[in-house]
Structures are given as structure tokens and as C-alpha cells.
Design a protein around this ligand. Structure first.
Ligand SMILES: Cc1ncc(C[n+]2csc(CCO)c2C)c(N)n1
Length: 220
């Protein structure tokens, strides 16, 4: 079994919890409130900037030129996606630039963003990649799962098609292949740390969606 197949299997219950959580169920059936989607989108714009930075650090740590290109391109894409959130969704769901500028990172976004950036700078290349993998892989699987059961005329259609689309899936297959390559030459100790990083980031994906559903704010 490949390293990534093993990681997927180990985290299968967590994926099922994410797949069936209220945010994703309501996103699929089109009943998710605009207020919750708006909260998610603003936080996602913050998150994507941190994710882009972490990918750029991964590119700088890469073992070979193909992987420098792969992750530098990923960093570029994360920022393009962040900008398109402003140009398309925020426009459509009435989030003005002033509202975005006045909304700080929520506790969950702050936690996930800080974890990725700290890991990118301080961990070894294989562990950095394992921490970045859930963001790609879980979104690809959630995107396809939601597309398969999405209601007709779902107001969130364009969000769903981004993550269910072939272009995104091709990029995800590329990241999975790189993680398998890196794991195949890593020590047992590094592979163990990769498992820990993957599970940690996957839990933060759950927390991110859950916090949007709860319209999470700072308690003080
Ligand atoms: C919390 C959160 N996690 C994952 C993604 C998905 N995602 C966004 S950009 C990107 C890679 C592009 O380089 C991926 C996989 C998201 N949007 N928000």
C-alpha cells in the first residue's frame, strides 16, 4: 500500500465526520445560510494567504526543481483563488472590501494559519508536505462528494465546481504523488511525523468548517 493510501485509511473516520458535518450537508443541499457562507468565505480569504505563504516556503525547501515549480505554482494558485473570492463570491454575497478589511481572522482560522506557517518554517520538507496535504486532498474528495449529491440550482454551484473540477483534481494527484515520493525515501521517524502532521491538519480542516457554521468570534 502507498504511504498516502495508508494515511487516507488511517484518517477515514475523520474524513467521514467532515463529509457529514452540518456545513457540508447544507452546502450540498443548498440550504446553508448566506450568513454562514459569508463567514466561511471571509475566513477562507484570510486562510488562503497563509496557505500561499506556506506553499512558497515548501517550494523553497523542495528537493528538486520539479517540486520547486510544483509548490511555487501552488502558492500562485492559492493567491489567484483568494483574489477570485473577492472578485466573484464577495461581490455576489455582498461583502464589501471595507467589511473584509474590518474582519479579523477567527480563532480557528488563526490556529490553522499559524500551524501551517510555523510548520512550513520549522519542520523538514516531508513533514511540511504532510501538513499541506489535507487542504488539497480533503477538498478534492469533499468537492466530488458534494457535486454527486448537490441540489439543482444550488446557490453555491461555482464553489462546488471549483473543487470538483478536473484541473483541481490533477493538481491534487500531483501533490499526492510527491508526498509518496518523499515518504519512500524518508526514515521511519519522519514518516511517523508525517502521519501526525496530516492528522493534525485534517482536524484543523474540520475545525475551520465547524467554526464557520458556528459563526465563530473571539470570546473577548
Ligand atoms: C480551509 C481551506 N482548506 C482548503 C482549501 C482548498 N484549497 C484552497 S487553495 C488550494 C490549493 C491551491 O494552490 C486548496 C487545495 C480551502 N479553500 N480552504
Amino acid at each position: 500500500m502507498s504511504f498516502t493510501a495508508e494515511i487516507w485509511q488511517e484518517n477515514a473516520a475523520l474524513f467521514e465526520t467532515i463529509r457529514t458535518m452540518p456545513f457540508n450537508q447544507e452546502l450540498a443541499d443548498g440550504t446553508l445560510s448566506q450568513e454562514r457562507f459569508r463567514h466561511y468565505m471571509i475566513q477562507d480569504a484570510h486562510y488562503l494567504i497563509a496557505f500561499g505563504r506556506a506553499l512558497a516556503v515548501a517550494a523553497a525547501k523542495a528537493d528538486n526543481t520539479d517540486e520547486i515549480v510544483q509548490f511555487a505554482h501552488g502558492a500562485h494558485t492559492a493567491i489567484i483563488v483568494e483574489r477570485s473570492l473577492h472578485a466573484d463570491f464577495m461581490e455576489q454575497f455582498n461583502v464589501s472590501p471595507a467589511t473584509f478589511a474590518a474582519t479579523p481572522l477567527s480563532p480557528a482560522t488563526h490556529h490553522y494559519s499559524s500551524y501551517l506557517i510555523a510548520t512550513a518554517w520549522s519542520a523538514s520538507y516531508p513533514v511540511v508536505l504532510a501538513a499541506l496535504l489535507p487542504c488539497f486532498w480533503i477538498y478534492a474528495e469533499i468537492g466530488r462528494d458534494i457535486l454527486a449529491r448537490a441540489a439543482k440550482n444550488n446557490p453555491y454551484d461555482s464553489w462546488i465546481s471549483t473543487y470538483a473540477g478536473e484541473e483541481f483534481h490533477a493538481a491534487v494527484r500531483g501533490v499526492i504523488a510527491t508526498v509518496d515520493r518523499v515518504a519512500s525515501v524518508a526514515s521511519a521517524e519522519t514518516r511517523r511525523d508525517m502521519h501526525i502532521a496530516y492528522t493534525h491538519a485534517a482536524k484543523l480542516e474540520w475545525m475551520f468548517w465547524d467554526s464557520a457554521y458556528r459563526l465563530e468570534q473571539w470570546p473577548v
